[in-house]
Design a binder for this molecule. Structure first.
Ligand code: SF4
Length: 488
């Protein structure tokens, strides 16, 4: 039986902001691939890089398991791998080298290697899997195991032939997601994940995908793995995995890592019914679009199923910028979806993006005003980041010189010319966070005065945080003004 050692290239320690945040999620995509290959009679094991200190730690694993195939298979469900961070790329290159030195056939599947397959082949990888990769991987290792040498018949592959890089036709994405085995959760040591969650947050969250792909076309959003098709697991199949995870790992919370959760009509209603029938009790967070969160019935079903927090791609408070992004949403919808979610007891959280092409100071002010008025539960601020395969990338690619990717998820460097210099956006990020926190503190102060006897310790703590956030946001604003003035 041929042996496959799986790994992935996300090292949490190489992403200091995420390490400090302490919300690790297991490499779900890797576990799906491992499950399928195991089902097809390969002996699979996993070197999990999540808590590793350095890529060199893979060497003893390679020596111990002597695998025929070394497969770097990133978790395409996690937005962190979609960022194609150079710290992780460098680690992948090192692991390719170590595995080649041990005589393995090296296969890579990731957003970054799909975009830059030539680079990975140059570093010694034998094959790059382009796009959604479970079936490509299975066909490839089957072919190699049978000593076949014609790889052109395998769709979704890049490799070198006679010194030249060649690519086969792109593979269509899987439609029947229920046909895949459940992820091989048993090959990963889940305890470090649980420990970090419990230590830093007091509960344990696991990740699950119910769909693949997104049919919308926001022009900056890269989807190199699952693309623009939208395919869904059945609610029954998702419930089966939830039951298995509950029994074996006793999670408290789930992150449904779909680009868009529950888009298929009627899916959420059936899912909520099944959650209730099976007596499943858990909270979850998910991602959605504001224009899909305007129907009260649907929101009530989400709440009934356990939805606690919805991250929405609000992006901007300026309609001009939403239109430039081809987001297909309206600012009023952000307001309305937020209102409905709060009314139903679900926490609305916003993804915000600054620095899109054409954004002026007036647009920025609209976004800040929207955040401070709506007071979402959490905000995640990013800076426009051109990734290959997007319309946005095509617009600015001539300006991308040596630097095309961030080193880690907190770099937030603006890599093309815009209204302001990169330092401005970095400082804007700090200022917006502080002023948002200040407004949250004001809201809690208001509650404290209006309902002093109904207030809990959390409200009091947040109200008192005004003592810090008033001066902090003032100072951050002064720094922002200074940078704006000097054009640094
Ligand atoms: S809706 Fe979300 S996942 Fe879909 S294209 Fe837009 S940003 Fe990307």
């Amino acid at each position: 039986m041929k042996k496959i050692l799986f790994t992935h290239s996300y090292f949490l320690r190489f992403d200091p902001k995420q390490w400090a945040t302490g919300q690790p999620y297991a490499p779900l995509g890797t576990l799906y691939a491992a499950a399928l290959l195991r089902e097809n009679n390969y002996q699979v094991s996993l070197f999990d890089t999540m808590f590793a200190h350095q890529p060199e730690e893979v060497i003893p694993q390679l020596e111990k398991s002597c695998p025929d195939f070394f497969v770097i298979y990133d978790d395409g469900f996690n937005y962190l791998t979609k960022m194609c961070l150079t710290n992780m790329r460098e680690a992948a290159f090192k692991m390719i080298q170590f595995a080649k030195e041990k005589g393995c056939t090296v296969i890579v599947s990731s957003s970054d290697s799909t975009d830059r397959f030539e680079m990975y082949l140059e570093k010694g990888a034998d094959f790059i899997l382009i796009g959604e990769a479970e079936m490509t991987l299975l066909e490839l290792v089957n072919a190699i195991t049978k000593n076949e040498t014609d790889f052109f018949k395998i769709e979704g592959l890049a490799f070198k032939q006679d010194g030249a890089v060649v690519k086969t036709v792109r593979r269509n994405v899987l439609k029947e997601l229920d046909s895949l085995p459940l992820p091989a959760w048993d090959v990963i040591d889940i305890e470090p994940y649980r420990n970090m969650w419990l230590k830093q947050h007091g509960y344990f969250s696991m990740n699950m995908g119910t769909t693949r792909g997104c049919p919308f076309k926001c022009n900056w959003c890269a989807k190199p793995i699952y693309g623009n098709r939208y395919n869904t697991r059945s609610p029954e199949n998702v419930i089966a995995e939830l039951m298995m995870l509950k029994e074996n790992y006793h999670f408290d919370h789930i992150w449904f890592c779909d680009d868009i959760f529950g888009l298929k009509p009627g899916w959420v209603n059936t899912f909520a019914n099944l959650v209730e029938i099976n007596g499943l009790r858990f909270k979850f967070k998910m991602q959605g679009r504001v224009d899909l969160l305007l129907q009260e019935n649907n929101i009530k079903d989400l709440a009934r199923a356990g939805c606690d927090n919805i991250w929405m791609g609000a992006e901007s408070g300026s309609q001009k910028i939403l239109d430039a992004m081809e987001k297909g949403t309206a600012v009023e919808q952000i307001y309305e979806a937020t209102r409905l979610l709060k009314k139903t007891g679900i926490k609305p959280s916003f993804f915000i993006q600054f620095g899109y092409l054409g954004e002026t100071r007036a647009d920025i002010e609209k976004t800040i005003a929207m955040i401070n008025e709506l007071l979402p539960h959490e905000i995640g601020i990013s800076v426009s980041y051109p990734l290959p395969g997007t319309g946005f990338y095509e617009k600015v690619k001539d300006q991308l010189k040596e630097k095309t990717n961030w080193t880690d998820s907190d770099e937030l460097a603006l890599m093309f010319s815009n209204t302001y210099k990169p330092a401005f956006y970095k400082q804007l990020h700090s200022y917006v966070h502080k002023t948002y926190r200040k407004h949250i503190a004001f809201e809690n102060l208001k509650q404290l005065f209006l309902h002093p006897f109904a207030s809990n310790a959390r409200t009091i703590k947040k109200a008192l945080s005004a003592l810090y956030y008033i001066p902090a946001s003032f100072l951050e604003k002064q720094k922002l003004r200074q940078i704006e003035k000097t054009g640094a």
